[in-house]
Design a protein around this ligand. Structure first.
Ligand code: PLP
Length: 444
């Protein structure tokens, strides 16, 4: 942090207040013309309190706000910046591509290359359709599952987020949990009646729903490793059990890999956990920081999508050349350089162990949940395995820690209900600073 050291000792505002004058002014101004001052709710810092930082630029592992403070970034734009910000090959690819126009509304060779690349990374994808966000990907995959099965209902898990399409806004994790929104005005009862929910990791509850609604369930959609109630891992046998239910009942098994895709491994959670879904949805990393999503799977299901079949789905900017070139460049790098995943794994493990040592020494109740480069710290005396156990952690303590970290130049997700995402530009020095900041916190 640049400015904290310059503070006069008698200065009686909190350092963060002093540090973010420009962000404060921008936030006031933003609220005059943007709902809540932000274009996506979690950015507003409502859960943790205080003023959201307005970011001017970023490079590698560091964010810089409008007041020129530097932060070590543990959000990575919620995942896409897995190799760090302004990653040179991506920047260059975009610069070159943009000269040839930014959109055609007609097919391009690059879209084929993108689809072919995805197929080499995810072997159970025969056909893949590009969209412009994770929301669209999940919404379309659900529609396809319904069209394919001729059934209406589907099962999702409490605390899992699948974007903001109507059907999914039931017990939908981080954003809604942050704002304590349980039912969403604007979503009709008819729509939410078709959304069945179970606790994550509760296989028996799913078995019961499958019996109760036999022949009515089109899909089970799940985050195979959850990132939207903190990082939560599937219990051994849970996903396999769901796979069996889907096979027995003719239910389409959808992995929402918007966070885990190309992050847990080049083949995503499917590869990492060695389990196949029927349909997979992508977002975040797949666009390399541009607005991209995708859904794909076996031909037998995917061929029901228009124009091949009659389940309609479309997008004016789908397969956009600039977005494709960013995503393609990043995916290719991830495919060709497996060391990225071993590096990220080692770094995340180092961080988890470092934080664990500090918190044990300080006598704090905590759980660190992690898989690959997804990690979250819960101030909890019980294991965090589902939404209920995540909510029963000490959330006010996380919120205080969040501000302490900011003051120390470390940018965590602004909610206890979010996974952190490591990027490979992080150095061990950055990780040491982060661990040290856990140690200098005096309010455990
Ligand atoms: C972010 C996210 C989405 C929604 O993606 P958007 O691009 O924000 O629409 C869907 N599913 C999961 C698991 C996500 O994390």
């Amino acid at each position: 942090m640049i400015k904290r050291n310059e503070l006069p000792t008698h200065y009686n505002q909190s350092p963060t207040d002093y540090m973010i004058n420009k962000s404060k002014k921008l936030f006031e101004r933003a609220q005059e013309s943007i709902p809540g001052g932000v274009n996506s709710p979690v950015r507003a810092f409502k859960s943790v309190g205080g003023t959201p930082l307005f970011i001017k630029w970023a490079k590698g592992a560091y964010l810089y706000d409008e007041d020129d403070n530097q932060y070590i970034d543990y959000i990575a734009s919620w995942g896409p910046m897995i190799l760090g910000h302004a990653y040179e090959p991506i920047v260059k690819a975009i610069q070159e591509k943009v000269l040839y126009s930014t959109s055609f509304g007609a097919p391009t060779e690059l879209e084929i290359e993108m689809a072919e690349l995805i197929k080499t990374m995810v072997p159970n994808v025969d056909l893949v359709r590009m969209v412009s966000s994770g929301t669209e990907a999940c919404m379309s995959a659900l529609r396809l599952a319904r069209g394919y099965t001729g059934r209406n209902k589907f099962i999702k898990f409490e605390g899992c987020y699948h974007g903001h399409a109507d059907a999914f806004l039931v017990k939908a994790g981080s954003g809604m949990a942050t704002f304590n929104i349980q039912t969403v005005p604007g979503v009709t009862v008819g729509v939410s009646n078709d959304t069945l929910t179970c606790a994550y990791n509760d296989l028996e509850a799913v078995q019961q729903l499958a019996r109760q609604y036999k022949g009515e369930i089109a899909a089970i959609i799940i985050e195979p490793v959850v990132g939207n109630m903190g990082c939560i891992l599937p219990a051994p046998g849970f996903l396999e059990g769901l796979r069996t239910i889907c096979d027995d009942e003719g239910i389409v098994f959808i992995f929402d890999e918007v966070m885990t895709g190309f992050r847990l491994s080049a083949g995503g959670a499917q590869e990492k956990l060695n389990i196949n879904a029927d349909l997979v949805t992508y977002g975040k990393i797949i666009g390399g920081g541009m607005p991209v999503g995708a859904f794909g799977g076996k031909k037998a299901i995917m061929q029901h999508i228009a124009p091949l079949g009659n389940v309609y789905q479309a997008g004016t900017l789908s397969g956009n050349p600039v977005a494709m070139t960013a995503g393609y460049t990043l995916l290719k790098e991830l495919k060709n350089n497996p060391a990225i995943y071993t590096d990220l794994d080692a770094k995340t493990n180092y961080l988890a162990e470092g934080i664990g040592k500090v918190l044990s020494k300080r006598g704090v109740n905590f759980r660190v949940n992690r898989m690959g480069s997804m990690i979250s710290v819960h101030f909890s005396d019980h294991d965090v395995v589902d939404f209920d156990s995540a909510s029963k952690a000490n959330i006010p303590l996380f919120n205080k820690l969040f501000h302490h970290m900011l003051e120390n130049g470390i940018y965590l997700p602004p909610s206890a209900y979010e996974s952190w995402f490591l990027n490979n530009a992080l150095t061990y020095d950055d990780l040491d600073k982060t661990i040290a900041a856990f140690n200098s916190f005096d309010q455990y």
